[in-house]
Ligand binder design. Structure first.
Ligand code: JB2
Length: 214
């Protein structure tokens, strides 16, 4: 289990993704210090346990007021929203949350503000840019590059040397063959198998992947 950070961590978001991030924090022995969400009744408010009350609602996403000794993690799943909110927050206060049961190769390079979920694998010399999400049981094989704010969804697999552009989504259970490049902001549908490079903003579905018309 990684050592618990020595400062309070707040969650930016209070929905389903925030629940998963909060669970990973607890697995590392740290209680979330609160959450920001436009909805004060967001689901995070129900995340109590026998040992800890539910995290407190601290304010809306438009008014995030972080004291200098507090760290945050983006805990919103919506990629455009994450990007907008990240631009308003102090970079130096972002913290990564890595589930205690993830495998993260020591040789990998990791930016800040990452979420790496349970059973995820980040393999040899993989390179993760800031605020990427490597979700539950996703596999990022050797020497992959995952761009800023990109999301590798639960169960998705990137073969060796895959490149995923910034703010792209590789959907649930998708497969990307070794050496393939996925452009910025692409959306790869659930279960898709990507055999060839995708340009920026492509949206693909199916096996093998085919482009959706605009
Ligand atoms: O403009 C907004 C917005 N403003 C505040 N758009 C959206 N989509 N959400 C907004 N929110 C807040 O984000 C909502 O008040 C709500 O609390 C939260 C979204 O919660 P939800 O559970 O719908 O989604 P999520 O982003 O936490 O998780 C999604 O992405 C994850 C990666 C879900 O699809 C999860 O199933 C998924 N694992």
């Amino acid at each position: 289990m990684p050592p618990a950070p020595a400062f309070p961590v707040v969650l930016i978001g209070g929905g389903g993704h925030a629940l998963v991030v909060a669970e990973a924090l607890r697995a590392a022995g740290l209680e979330p210090a609160g959450f920001y969400d436009d909805d004060p009744l967001a689901r995070m408010g129900r995340f109590s346990s026998a040992h800890a009350p539910a995290p407190r609602h601290l304010g809306t996403l438009a008014r995030i007021d972080l004291p200098p000794d507090v760290r945050y993690i983006l805990a919103l799943g919506d990629l455009p929203l994450r990007r907008r909110v990240a631009a308003t927050l102090p970079y130096e206060q972002a913290v990564s949350v890595v589930h205690a049961e993830a495998f993260v190769a020591p040789s990998s390079r990791r930016g800040v503000g990452l979420f790496i979920g349970p059973r995820a694998v980040v393999h040899t010399l993989a390179d993760l840019d800031d605020h990427a999400i490597i979700n539950t049981a996703a596999v990022v094989e050797h020497e992959c590059h995952v761009g800023e704010g990109a999301h590798i969804a639960p169960g998705a697999v990137l073969g060796g040397n895959v490149r995923v552009g910034p703010h792209a989504l590789v959907g649930l259970g998708a497969r990307v063959l070794p050496g393939v490049s996925i452009g910025a902001r692409c959306v790869v549908g659930a279960g898709c198998v990507v055999l060839r490079d995708l340009p920026d903003d492509a949206r693909v579905v199916g096996v093998p992947a085919r482009h959706l018309s605009k």
